[in-house]
Each structure stands twice: as C-alpha cells, then as structure tokens.
Design a protein around this ligand. Structure first.
Ligand SMILES: Cc1cc2nc3c(=O)[nH]c(=O)nc-3n(C[C@H](O)[C@H](O)[C@H](O)COP(=O)(O)OP(=O)(O)OC[C@H]3O[C@@H](n4cnc5c(N)ncnc54)[C@H](O)[C@@H]3O)c2cc1C
Length: 376
C-alpha cells in the first residue's frame, strides 16, 4: 500500500493510509499535526469492517461505538445519505432516537382503494425524513468515536475471505458486515440468491399534511402509490411494485392516470428509482454478517426497509460484541415481516378478491389494536 493512498470524508478530513513501518515515526508528531490524527486512525487491520453507510451500516457502527472493537466503515458515496426513498418512518423506527427536529409527522392517513377512501388516524404518527438528514444525523453519531474509522468516497471492488479490496487500498477484517444494499457484493460473495422489488419516487413543491396510500387492484395488482408530507412545502410522491407481478409500463400508465387525477403533471426524468431486497436468508454466516437490504430484510408488502435495516444493523453489532446474544429484536421484526408478507401472499393468491382484501385491511387499520399488530 503506497503513501499516496488517501480518502476524504464529507467534512473534508483527509485519511492517509500509512504502511506499518512509518506509523512509529508519525507517532512522534501526534500532538502537533492534524493530518496525522486522521492518518493515525487509518490502519489496514480492523476487528470489524462494515461496507455501507446506509441506515443498516451506520446503526451497526453506532452500536459498536466506544467498544473494544476497532471498526472501519466504508461507503462509495462522498455525501452520506441521499438515496431514492420516501423516508417514511413508522413506529418501528422510534427506538433509534431519530430527532423530531429533522422529521415531519403525519397523523391522518387516507387509504384509497379505487375510488373508495378510508380515513385512518394512527396512534403512533408516521414521520418522514429526507435521506440526507437521516444519513448526516447517523454519521454525526459515530464521528469522533476513537474506535471508528470512517472512509467515504471509497468503492469496495472485491471481497476476500479475510479482506476487502477498495480503490483506496486493501483492509483486513476479523469480522465483515455487508450493509451494502440491494446489490450487495458481500451477499454475492456468500452466493446467496436474491429477490428484488422496485420503487420510484420524487418530491413536488406542494404542502400536504395527510398521507395518501393509493391501491387499485386489479389494474395495479398489489402495487401502490403514495403521497406524503416531507419537508415544509414539499410532498413526496412514489410507487412501489414487484416486477415479477406487474410490468413497469403498466405501473407507469396507472401512475400517469393517478397524477393527472391529483392534478400534478410529471415527466419521466423526475422519477428516481431503486431496487429493494426482500429475500431473507439469514444475517450470520461464520465471520461474515449481512444487514438491511443486503440481508433481504425489507418487508415486501409495503417496501418498508429503514426500520428493518436499523434493527438488523444493531442486532448484528450486538451479536459481534457478544456471541451468546440471541438477537431478540431481529426475531421480533422478522416476525412482523412474515406477518405482512403472509397478507401479501394471500392477496396474490386471490387476485379477484384483492380489492375486498385491501378494503378489509384498511378498515381494520382504524383499530389501534390492529395498528399495533401490523407494526404501524
Ligand atoms: C423508492 C423507494 C422508496 C422507499 N421508501 C421507504 C420509506 O418510505 N420507508 C422505509 O422505511 N423504507 C423505504 N424504502 C426502503 C429503504 O430505502 C431501504 O430499505 C433502506 O435504505 C435500506 O438501508 P440499507 O442500509 O440496508 O441500504 P442502503 O440505504 O441502500 O445503503 C447501502 C449503502 O452501501 C453503499 N455501497 C453499496 N455497494 C458499495 C460498494 N461496493 N462499496 C462501497 N459502498 C457501497 C451504498 O453507497 C449505500 O450508501 C424505499 C426504497 C425505495 C427504492
């Protein structure tokens, strides 16, 4: 590894990779050189290497903060956070201390099935957040921790059994956490199959205070569209669907009709899409762990993934710290994933009754007991 190898994080801090023989020399300059402090953080052997600074990887690092483990967290992005995402946070996200000041709450939900509206008031308000705000909040939570090295703008190009190869050098791990999203390189290394669903989204400069969920079976099958309040005077609009069930062209046709009906024209170049990983096959594979989308944690009925990423990232970190930890929160959220996906499977099995099944579901959601069971 050469002396010239370096990386810069979002705050403009430079990390220089220094070969072992040089480290002793640089130790002498520790008190007087700021660049050295950054360089000193940079080892190439770590107890834990985490790939990905989405909610899964950042929550994993946050849980490992100030422990005896040396941690390297890597992301290819220069600015941590932005991603095509609705940013909807449910009751499931509440334990993670995301500040109210960067969220927007919405209590009232309209579930529209065809032309029929059901109004639902949630006991636990849905909140929304921009992914930039979420990413930056979580990044700040780990910045400055003496055991954590943060490497942004760094692409992992190869996974080996004891190391990860990046465009900034090779880093050795005792434990690897793949929190590298739907197209996870770590998941591929483990030769695990995957299944994706798709979503697209964009913001419009309109003020709303209610959330609208739009279903229209049989035209849309089990896919749905949403409108929800984001920042001040901004509404997030989007679509979620399974490409194995319905083609993009069909979704787009319905989406155009929906937007025209709502009075908002749009152009194709506004759409920003991303796949979601929904096939769960486990999180622990010897000294390699998966979390979030990489683990297929996202729940396939609604496409909710942030809480599932946060929970799995946290549970994996606790397991790394204590191999006897049984990951109860992971079990709990996987049970919720199974419950919601069971409903989806029933709706898919009976396409002729989908409208009726969705209406029943919407009506049941008016009951706080059922809201709790459904995890909203
Ligand atoms: C349109 C859309 C709307 C959505 N809306 C919601 C919503 O409202 N609420 C909700 O809960 N969920 C929503 N989701 C799902 C949510 O976005 C994801 O489930 C969540 O981001 C998963 O977090 P993660 O940390 O697992 O992965 P990601 O957030 O995808 O993070 C993975 C990180 O890994 C990095 N990475 C990947 N490969 C490499 C590499 N080779 N080298 C270095 N870095 C790498 C990426 O740059 C990225 O930062 C939505 C998804 C989509 C597509």
């Amino acid at each position: 590894m050469g002396l010239s190898t370096h990386a810069v994080n979002d705050r403009g801090q430079h990390y220089t990779l220094i070969p072992r023989p040089f480290r002793r020399i640089t130790e002498l300059f520790r008190p007087c050189a700021l660049w050295y402090t950054s360089a000193q953080q940079m080892e190439n052997h770590f107890d834990v290497v985490i790939i990905g600074m989405g909610p899964a990887g950042l929550q994993c690092a946050r849980t490992l903060k100030n422990t005896g483990k040396s941690v390297l967290i890597i992301d290819r992005k220069k600015i941590i956070g932005p991603k095509p995402c609705g940013g909807g946070l449910t009751f499931q996200d509440e334990p993670f201390g995301i500040p109210e000041s960067i969220c927007r709450p919405a209590e009232t939900h309209i579930i529209r099935i065809g032309r029929h509206d059901t109004i639902v008031h949630l006991k636990h308000r849905l909140r929304s957040i921009t992914r930039l705000d979420l990413g930056q909040f979580m990044l700040k939570e780990i910045e400055g921790a003496p055991n954590i090295t943060i490497l942004t703008d760094t692409m992992v190009t190869e996974i080996r059994s004891d190391s990860v190869v990046t465009d900034k050098g090779t880093f050795f791990f005792k434990t690897l956490v793949g929190a590298d999203g739907t197209d996870s390189m770590v998941r591929r290394f483990l030769k695990l199959p995957k299944k994706i669903t798709l979503g697209f989204t964009f913001d419009i400069p309109v003020k709303t205070d209610k959330v609208l969920w739009y279903f229209n079976p049989p035209g849309l099958a089990t896919a749905y569209f949403w409108f929800f309040p984001k920042q001040e005077n901004t509404t997030n609009v989007g679509a979620y669907y399974d490409p194995d069930e319905i083609a993009f062209e069909k979704v787009l046709k319905e989406f155009r009709a929906f937007m025209a009906d709502m009075g908002f024209p749009f152009t194709l170049d506004q759409l920003k899409g991303a796949p979601l990983g929904v096939l769960y096959k486990g999180v622990e594979f010897g000294n390699i762990y998966l979390a979030g989308e990489a683990a297929g944690m996202t729940e396939a009925l609604t496409g909710e993934g942030i809480a599932f990423a946060l929970t799995s990232g946290q549970e994996v970190a606790k397991r790394i710290l204590d191999p006897s930890y049984s990951m109860p929160e992971l079990e709990r959220i996987l049970a919720l994933k199974r419950l919601r996906e069971g409903m989806l499977a029933r709706a898919r099995k009976h396409p002729r009754f989908q409208k009726w099944i969705f209406r029943m579901g919407a009506r049941m959601l008016r009951n706080p007991k059922y809201q709790a069971r459904f995890g909203t």
